[in-house]
Design a protein around this ligand. Sequence first.
Ligand SMILES: *Cc1c(COP(=O)(O)O)cnc(C)c1O
Length: 414
Amino acid sequence: MNDKKNYGFTTTILHNDRLKGIEHGSLHKPVHTSVAFGYADARQLASVFQGKEPGFRYGRQGNPTISALEDKVNKMEQGVGTLCFATGMGAIGAVFQGLLRAGDHVVSSSFLFGNTNSLWQTTMAQGVGVSFVDATDVANVEAAITGQTRVVFVETIANPRTQVADLQRIGELCKARGILYIVDNTMTTPYLFRPKSVGAGLVVNALTKSIGGHGNALGGSLTDTGAYDWTSFPNIYENYKKVAPAQWGLAQIRAKGLRDFGASLGPEAAHHIAVGAETLALRMERTCANAQALAEMLEADERVAAVHYPGLASHPQHGISSELFRKHGSLLSFELKDGIDCFDFLNRLKLAIPASNLGDTRTLVIPVAHTIFYEMGAERRASMGIAESLIRVSVGIEDTDDLLDDFACALEAC
Ligand SMILES: *Cc1c(COP(=O)(O)O)cnc(C)c1O
């Protein structure tokens, strides 16, 4: 197998390790657990430390098992470099730790993963201004930009209300203004969508979710797509300008966000995620088909007040979703009619499990306002379009009929 040919998505992931020559002809990249890496020549150790030659030094900044996963994610996103982190939040936190300074300003979608929202509150307390906007319309993003704006941050399909950001136009705006555009691709994954195609400079993936895919390992990644010109970013320290400009951002994030911040991915988790990633495309096809069928069934049910899924013609961004994404994702949310208790409904489900994760092989459900969005309070929930009865469904790969039956029976019993 050679590196040149343009293999498809799954073939590339399956065979990527082999291209680098795996130890002992092993078919999986082995799990390297050593924290330190020794050198026979002390000068070589020094030169690795000084970045003059490649190599591993201490596990917090990387290890061969992590590198193999980074390379796979990088291929999936077609980036110029990828770093892995202990969790998705570790990856997002590293951006702020590594790239922002007091006095900077960020424009963020207000339709955000709850913990990212919480992280923004922390960065605000540390002197970074954040404007939250409805990112389904580029005009709102444009109106919020100031002379201090360093980053625009959006999710592809927002969790849990499934709003789709105006991805293409925001990319054009950021390019025209020289602003770093960061897209959290967790809900779509690089199988459904590559943010690079709309000009994103950095791409976040919570590997915990669909890429790992089995709910058995936490992880996160940041990919530099090469679309952003780091020479126009004012916060790069001289130390990290010794590499090619395309690598400045990741060099600084590796040092500030990973080495100093310490949210490093463990090798065992990296192995689980790498194995899970082999079937990403197969699982996404199945979960997206299941989600579409479930969304259609729920929308037709008179006991359901609203269904939010980009694959429905009634979804406000159905057009953009159809244009940009291969399928519409595995996440949907819905509201029951007044008088139906969401806890009663959830307790009647036999297959779908009340649990707080996404992108697992099993279908998971959660009452949003009472759990993951509880801390932010009713007012902010309302501003994010989160109804008190909203139920989020992370659709799994169960047989479609079984899944539809489960929801139909639970509704019937209500
Ligand atoms: C889960 C999630 C994260 C955080 O990932 P963790 O691995 O749980 O830290 C970030 N963004 C989105 C959109 C997510 O769904």
